[in-house]
Ligand binder design. Structure first.
Ligand code: ADP
Ligand code: MG
Length: 637
């Protein structure tokens, strides 16, 4: 094979070969290490109970009760070894004629004082360790591909360090010592596993880096948020400051920003949104929210905190405040998507996780549609000083999304291959919520607690897995329990996701209710400041992320909160881990960890990307290092 001056095989020659094996990169070929090894080296001494490869001669053979018996002498055994072949075929008799010499492979066992091999394999060639691959190619072709492409140099050319490359190569081309360790560990050693994880992450980032597209910004934005920050009655958290600083740098570039800011409910994302609008000022920004209630709330907050010189408009289906043509900051719902909008070099989306797939597509269109106030071509009579290249990079607004669905850090890094990600992990106040796991026998204590809370004017939410009775679920439904609650308490309200009167019921409950029975699907759009307690029935059936969202509904206003997880599995490790943690990011990690452990849960596993070696719940530092390494090689804009 031709080698390039650098010593590596040329890229052009490699690609078609890899493709044939179904691999899209050299690293992918490398991380597909053998699933087993066939060892045909001759044994040096006999160890009972282990597989041996022996060279020797057949001394005698006989047939008895459908079996072939033979005696086989080997230089490493003082006594001959007894061979038994069950259901022998005619060729077996030919093979085991006295005087024949063979290489035999089988487990050597002791049987009544004699050494025995049952149904041994005869080998034509010995003295090798042959790797066995899971491959769509024939084994020998796959092995040739590996031998011709994988080397320290070729892996170094992919950005893999020598140490890790060496570890991976040894798994493909093992020597005796290595195989011994492999058997001792019962598989690959921890260092090799680490190298494989790293190579897999590196491969991922390199490939994604190639897919990510960069656009020119409509214009760089260099406004100053300090007028706004100064006026706040509180100090921003470190994470808020960090997010604002990152966004400032993003917006100042002439590359269009694509960033996702992820922070738990209550982590103060609104302040970051408002600061970003200040950085865009005097240029226009657009902010979109999933519901009119939220859009309205954001509008109120913007009005309250931003300096008066900022002109703010609100656009929802039913309401419009201010003039969007002259506004610096337009806040609205998806109603915005159907309007003719003035040019805005910054587009933001709040609560991104609550938009549906269709709406996300529309959003994508909003940020990619041609700016209205900029002619696509220079007019003929005003010759452009710098003629544009034939295919100029399209210009797009800066785009920042905000999400309140914490994802494990590692997953955030994985996703950051396509979009920049910032995490806001701290919250300005830590809510004081006590989480307790309870079973049937604790019900009377729960009743007492609820009586006490409601007597003091606080409210309780009881979440049921179902509206109607079901044979498949060993918990009561709302319908089955309603009677009980109404008999024991007053001020009981009932609603669920399909309830047409849901909004009215909620409004009424907020005013005078004590206990609300509902299902998980219910979106509590209105704030319930007196809600101090949530009881989640059948908690073990839910993902930790869902439990975290539900728990986040109590103690919104600093009230002492209580969360009761009612379950038939009071010993659940998963639930007790949840009860101990309040951090959404930690909970997302735990969720992933327990999902992997195979706990039965509602819903599907998030994130389609699956890895051969990487573990999203554990491998944070490996992924971080690989990302760093991939960035060194990535094309810069
Ligand atoms: P999120 O949108 O991330 O769920 P919000 O932006 O609505 O959270 O903030 C939650 C509450 O915390 C709001 O009442 C907000 O005014 C307040 N807040 C935000 N940042 C701070 C801070 N640094 N210190 C004190 N309170 C804050
Ligand atoms: Mg918010």
């Amino acid at each position: 094979m031709k080698k390039e001056p650098g010593g590596s095989v040329s890229q052009k020659e490699i690609e078609p070969k890899l493709k044939k094996g179904g691999f899209s990169s050299l690293l992918e070929l490398a991380i597909n290490v053998p699933s087993a090894y066939i060892d045909t080296r001759l044994s040096q001494k006999i160890a009972v109970g282990e597989i041996h490869t022996l060279e020797g001669e057949v001394i005698s053979s006989s047939k008895a009760a459908g079996r072939l018996k033979a005696l086989f002498s080997s230089p490493i055994s003082s006594k001959p070894i007894e061979i038994t072949v069950f259901n022998p075929k005619p060729f077996h008799y030919a093979l085991f004629k006295p005087g024949m010499r063979h290489f035999l492979q089988a487990k050597v066992e002791r049987f009544g004082g004699k050494l025995q091999m049952v149904n041994p394999k005869t080998l034509s060639k010995v003295g090798e360790i042959v790797p066995k691959y899971r491959s769509k190619l024939r084994q020998d072709i796959h092995r040739k591909l590996v031998a011709s492409l994988l080397s320290l140099e070729s892996l170094a050319a992919e950005g893999l360090d020598e140490k890790r490359a060496g570890l991976i190569l040894r798994a493909h081309f093992p020597d005796s010592r290595w195989l011994e360790l492999y058997r001792k560990h019962g598989g690959l050693g921890p260092k090799t596993l680490e190298a494989l994880k790293f190579a897999e992450a590196l491969d991922y980032f390199k490939r994604m880096g190639g897919k990510r597209r960069y656009f020119k910004a409509l214009e760089p934005l260099c406004g100053d948020p300090s007028d706004f920050i100064k006026r706040l009655p509180f100090e921003l958290t470190e994470d808020q400051k960090r997010a604002i600083e990152v966004i400032r740098k993003d917006l100042a570039r002439d590359r269009a920003a694509r960033r996702m800011v992820v922070g738990d409910v209550g982590s103060g994302k609104t302040m970051v949104i408002l600061a970003a609008a200040m950085v865009a000022y005097p240029k226009r920004s657009i902010l979109m929210a999933p519901t009119s209630i939220l859009a309205r709330q954001l509008y109120e907050e913007a009005k309250k905190w931003l300096p008066e010189y900022m002109r703010i408009a609100l656009v929802t289906q039913s309401k419009e405040i201010g003039d969007i043509k002259s506004a610096n900051f337009i806040i609205g719902t998806h109603a915005l998507l159907y309007r003719e909008l003035p040019k805005a070099p910054l587009v933001m989306v709040d609560e991104q996780h609550r938009f549906g797939t269709e709406q996300r597509k529309l959003l994508e269109r909003l940020v990619s549609r041609a700016p209205t106030s900029q002619p696509p071509h220079p007019t003929p009579h005003t010759p452009h000083p710098n003629p544009q290249p034939p295919h100029p990079t399209p210009q797009k607004p800066h785009y920042i999304q905000f999400s309140a669905t914490p994802i494990p850090r590692t997953q955030a890094m994985i996703e950051s291959a396509l979009v920049d990600v910032t995490l806001i992990e701290s919250t300005p106040f830590v809510k004081d919520i006590t989480t307790t796991i309870i079973g049937k026998k604790d019900f009377s204590k729960l009743k007492e607690h609820i009586l006490k809370e409601t007597k003091e004017g606080r409210q309780v939410l009881v979440v049921y897995p179902l509206v109607e009775e079901s044979e498949h679920i060993e918990y009561r439904s709302i319908e089955e329990s309603e009677e009980f609650w109404k008999r024991n308490f007053d001020g009981v309200f009932v609603t669920h996701g399909k309830d047409k009167r849901k909004d009215e019921v909620l409004q009424e409950f907020a005013k005078k209710g004590k206990i609300l029975l509902a299902t998980t699907v219910i979106e509590v759009g209105i704030s319930l400041p007196k809600l101090s307690t949530i009881v989640i029935v059948g908690a073990e059936r839910m993902g930790l992320a869902t439990l975290h969202q539900l728990r986040g509904r109590v103690s919104r206003t600093g009230l002492k909160g209580y969360c009761f997880l009612f379950t038939h599995q009071v010993k659940s490790e998963r639930l007790s881990a949840f009860a101990k943690s309040k951090n959404g990011f930690e909970i997302a990690r735990l969720d992933l960890k327990f999902r992997k452990a195979g706990d039965l849960l509602e819903g599907s596993v998030q994130s389609g990307k699956s890895f051969l070696w990487l573990d999203m719940a554990e491998d944070e530092s490996i992924v971080a290092e690989a990302k760093e390494a991939a960035l060194k090689e990535a094309p810069k804009f």
